[in-house]
Ligand binder design. Structure first.
Ligand code: AMP
Length: 282
């Protein structure tokens, strides 16, 4: 696997590959890689001649400095994992390499997607995400880029950004990879205490019950039920739960046959914030 730290080096390497008509699949990550990341990388390997993974903990998408400082860094293990799945290229830039002296976000208009859910609780988060992904797309110019449905709002926002800015890349959404107990895999899971990690399985259990309830119950009733379940929980604190339409991410008003819905949740386990979601049928 080739490892590049500078824009210049990776650009010139990838330009030569493009001249040979190689297709590039790209998976942006913040490292502390797990099976969820690897599932995206494996998809990229299946469909492209060359696969690039980047590891970059993007400061502009964190509104919580403590979360940024404590974000897990396991670069040696990450490199081994990437080698083990035959990743071709790792891009590992420094903050200075990406932002030079100006660590700031561009302002984006994602047609309101950015004001829902995570947007309400993480100030400036999606401007940070948009800024870094746009920059990384410009450097790597991939044919296809892979994102997890774990961060479903992010996935929809990236699709919107690509469409609005006419960026020539296909965005591929990939299913959520879970631990054995159902907890959605996340780099932040390594920061959970043993107890919290076990208890956090509750989140997916609730989501599965929500999926069942959605067949026959009104969204308002389901919201109340979810809230009551967490009120009684000794380890987990609900930040938000909402059932929203996939396309606009707006909270459901009444079920419409042709629309697709998902339930979204954010929960604190101690001081670790966990998010998850599930596709609903109706
Ligand atoms: P991150 O390193 O957390 O920024 O994630 C990098 C990419 O991996 C994003 O597109 C995430 O949505 C995706 N991802 C993270 N966790 C999972 C998971 N459990 N299943 C599928 N994709 C995931």
């Amino acid at each position: 696997m080739k490892i590049f730290n500078t824009k210049q080096e990776i650009k010139s390497y990838l330009t030569s590959k493009k001249e040979d008509n190689k297709t590039i699949g790209y998976v942006p990550t913040m490292g502390a890689l797990h099976e969820g990341h690897l599932s995206l990388i494996k998809k990229a390997i299946e469909k492209n001649d060359l696969v690039v993974v980047s590891i970059f903990v993007n400061p502009t998408q964190f509104d919580n400095q403590d979360d940024l400082i404590k974000y897990p860094k396991t670069i040696e293990n990450d490199t081994k994992l990437l080698e083990s799945v035959s990743c071709d290229v790792l891009f590992l830039p420094s903050v200075e390499e990406i932002y030079a002296e100006n660590i700031a976000s561009e302002n984006f208009d994602f047609d309101g997607l950015e004001h829902q859910m995570e947007g309400k609780f993480r100030n400036g988060h999606f401007n940070g995400v948009g800024t870094i992904i746009k920059t990384l797309f410009e450097i790597i110019t991939p044919n296809r880029a892979y994102f997890g449905q774990k961060d479903f709002q992010q996935l929809q926002i990236i699709k919107k950004m690509v469409k609005k800015n006419r960026i020539p890349v296909k965005i591929k959404g990939c299913p959520i990879f879970r631990e054995e107990n159902g907890l959605a895999m996340s780099s932040r899971n390594t920061r959970l205490s043993k107890e919290h990690r076990t208890e956090a399985a509750f989140i997916y259990k609730i989501l599965k019950k929500v999926r069942y309830k959605f067949n026959s119950e009104e969204a308002n009733k389901i919201n109340e039920w979810v809230e009551s379940q967490f009120k009684e929980h000794p380890y987990l604190k609900l930040e938000y739960f909402t059932i929203a339409e996939e396309k606009t991410l707006k909270t459901i008003e009444s079920k419409e046959y042709h629309k697709k819905y998902r339930a979204f949740i954010a929960v604190f386990a101690g001081d670790i914030r966990l998010i998850d979601n599930i596709r609903l049928k109706h």
